[in-house]
Design a protein around this ligand. Structure first.
Ligand code: 0X9
Ligand code: ZN
Length: 301
């Protein structure tokens, strides 16, 4: 994965810019690329963010995100997006778990990262986000559980502060810090508009429904609200929407098992490409797909 990302950047030095979200618990680089014709983040352009492998054993997600990365520069019909968007790609958010999952040449069905807590390895990275962390019976406080929500990060020496804001593996800590490091808009991801009417309004609901319908039409997956699949808390979707006011979609790839053969890579990549283009196209104003335009003022907040 790292080699592919580095080769891709080297082949397109003016359009592909390597960045890092920081390092994992075991010290691996959380590598990513920004694709755009701007040498540095152009915060006046909408951003879109593709990430893979919250969960270690979901290796196919790395392949599909890498494929999306390549397609953006190989498909001439999306060249306009290179010039009008900031496209951020992080193929793996869980390199430690991924490496552990393939140690010894066999698969270990490992889901979590490799950060120990009370002598037990692993936090579920998709239960560890700070927005309403552990709120709702959708994660576990037991480090032996597959959906262990992780330890509380105590930032304040006096022990003060809202524990729910400090939840975090190092991987998540870096993501939470990213906007501060960039001194800019929350995350370089602006597939979003912060609308004055509030974020739980009917326009947002309708926008998610319409996004799901459009993505279902091309990819064929069932489109549903995450909580209709099952309840989770501290997950990516809630954090992106609830804390950062973005419009997240989680794609559960097909493969019939955690370890589909490599023959699945091309087909799953192909079926997800139209969705990837679609979210980039609407990143300037997601609500436009339900007829609600975005004011310039709102976009820059
Ligand atoms: O449980 C998860 O983290 C995701 N499924 S997975 O099989 N990849 O582990 C689903 C997360 C979506 N959010 C909710 N269902 N609330
Ligand atoms: Zn998963």
């Amino acid at each position: 994965m790292v080699q592919d990302v580095q080769d891709f950047a080297a082949a397109h030095p003016s359009l592909v810019h390597i960045f890092s979200l920081g390092t994992s618990y075991e010290g691996r680089d959380l590598i990513g690329v920004r694709i755009s014709d701007d040498a540095t983040d152009n915060l006046s352009e909408p951003g879109v963010f593709y990430v893979g492998q919250h969960h270690a054993r979901e290796h196919l997600t790395v392949e599909v995100v890498l494929s999306i990365m390549h397609q953006f520069l190989e498909q001439p019909q999306v060249s306009n997006l290179i010039h009008t968007r900031q496209i951020y790609i992080v193929p793996s958010l869980n390199p430690d778990g991924a490496e552990y999952d393939i140690t010894g040449g066999t698969y270990h069905y490992w889901r979590k990262n490799r950060q120990p807590y009370q002598g037990v390895y692993g936090t579920d990275q998709n239960r560890n986000y700070s927005y309403r962390w552990g709120c709702c019976g959708g994660s576990s406080g037991d480090p032996n559980d597959e959906t262990f929500r992780g330890q509380v990060r105590v930032l304040d020496a006096r022990g003060r502060g809202d524990a729910r804001l400090h939840a975090g593996s190092p991987e998540h800590h870096h993501r939470d810090q990213l906007p501060l490091e960039r001194g800019a808009d929350p995350l370089p991801v602006r597939l979003h508009v912060h609308r004055h009417s509030g974020r739980h309004d009917v326009t947002d609901h309708n926008t998610f429904v319409a996004m799901g319908a459009r993505m279902h039409a091309t990819a064929g997956y069932t489109a549903e609200q995450s909580s209709d699949l099952y309840i989770a808390d501290g997950d990516w979707n809630d954090w992106m929407y609830g804390a950062l006011h973005k419009y997240p979609i989680t794609v559960e790839l097909s493969g019939n098992s955690f370890y589909p053969p490599d023959e699945f890579i091309a087909g799953e990549s192909r079926r997800n490409w139209p969705s990837a283009v679609f979210v980039a196209q609407i990143a300037d104003c997601p609500t436009k797909i339900v007829g609600v335009s975005c004011s310039t003022e709102a976009l820059h907040r």
